[in-house]
Ligand binder design. Structure first.
Ligand code: C2E
Ligand code: MG
Ligand code: MG
Ligand code: MG
Length: 284
């Protein structure tokens, strides 16, 4: 082990390693400039109710288009933003942008915003949520925050208190990537989530994996009995959709029912839904 560390120290002076450190620093510098240079935008992925086939909401997904790097995945840059202390500012921007986009949508269509565990550190997340709602005019009942169990790992009392304050405003809370952490189940007892998002790894492996399918069925039953909505993430094929319906999931989200859309495309989609609903109303 000691030998390995020695090797690491030596390799720091090798050109390859130096280039890696340099690359990392450049990414951090670029990320700090991304917001002021307006390189971020938000896309909206439809969430579909299985019982009606209707879009009931959209998940806001942050996008970074760098002029030279091109699109950078949030799985790459969100952890960097968290590490260098930028996630609070970026997260607040996403929250405000998503609320602004969703405000003109029909009253029964919601927006879900991802919140990093680190956004609970400053203790004023509830105030930021209330301010974003007030600035946009979006009713609290149409906003949902998605948190991963990472949020509940540390400083639980303070996180729970903020979650309760946010929920008291009428905003719903969803548990994201359910089943991927170590103690997903125990967190369901710590906080009354409104929704469980079943991680896409279970949806994907349920194709050939009977255990995965049994787990999805159990999560769905648990969610339903606790009065929570369940949504399956990453549904890509008609077979997966059929399976999620069979096990009793409420909603699905995935490439099959819709890729993440630009703000304009999402607005056009909800307008079309409204139109169809109007037509149905005339028929009846
Ligand atoms: P997530 O919250 O679990 O979001 C779902 C991810 O699955 C998104 O990836 C989405 O594009 C992708 N996805 C949706 N349907 C399918 C499908 O059918 N197949 C496959 N293969 N993938 C699908 P994306 O946009 O790359 O985001 C990755 C993660 O980055 C998100 O996972 C979330 O944890 C994080 N993230 C994205 N936007 C934000 C943000 O504004 N704030 C924070 N804190 N995290 C964000
Ligand atoms: Mg999410
Ligand atoms: Mg997820
Ligand atoms: Mg994820």
């Amino acid at each position: 082990h000691a030998k390995r560390e020695g090797g690491g120290v030596r390799s720091f002076f090798e050109p390859g390693m130096n280039a890696e450190v340099e690359k990392k620093r450049e990414l951090e510098i670029d990320l700090r400039r991304a917001l002021p240079l307006k390189q971020f935008h938000v896309e909206y992925q439809p969430q579909v109710r299985l019982s009606s086939g209707r879009v009931v909401g959209f998940e806001a997904l942050l996008r970074w288009r760098h002029p030279l790097r091109g699109p950078v995945s949030p799985s790459i840059f969100i952890p960097v933003a968290e590490r260098i202390g930028l996630i609070g500012t970026i997260g607040e921007w996403v929250l405000r942008t998503a609320c602004q986009s969703a405000a003109p949508w029909p009253a029964d269509i919601n927006v879900a915003v991802n919140v990093s565990p680190l956004q609970f550190r400053s203790l004023d997340l509830p105030e930021k949520v209330v301010a974003a709602l007030a600035a946009s005019g979006l009713p609290p009942s149409r906003l949902e925050l998605e948190i991963t169990e990472g949020a509940l790992l540390a400083d639980t009392a303070e996180v729970l208190q903020q979650l309760r304050r946010i929920k008291a405003e009428g905003v719903r809370i969803a548990m994201d990537d359910f089943g991927t952490g170590f103690s997903s189940l125990s967190y369901l007892r710590k906080f009354p989530f409104d929704k469980i998002k079943i991680d896409q790894s279970f949806v994907r492996s349920s194709n050939h994996d009977r255990e995965a399918q049994a787990i999805v069925r159990a999560i769905t039953a648990l969610g339903t009995s606790l009065g929570m909505t369940t949504i399956a993430e990453g549904v890509e094929t008609p077979e997966q959709l059929a399976r999620m319906r069979t096990v009793g999931c409420t909603d699905v989200q995935g490439y099959l029912t819709g890729r993440p859309l630009s703000e304009g495309e999402a607005a056009a989609l909800v307008a079309r839904i409204l139109h169809v609903a109007d037509l149905a109303g005339e028929d009846a």
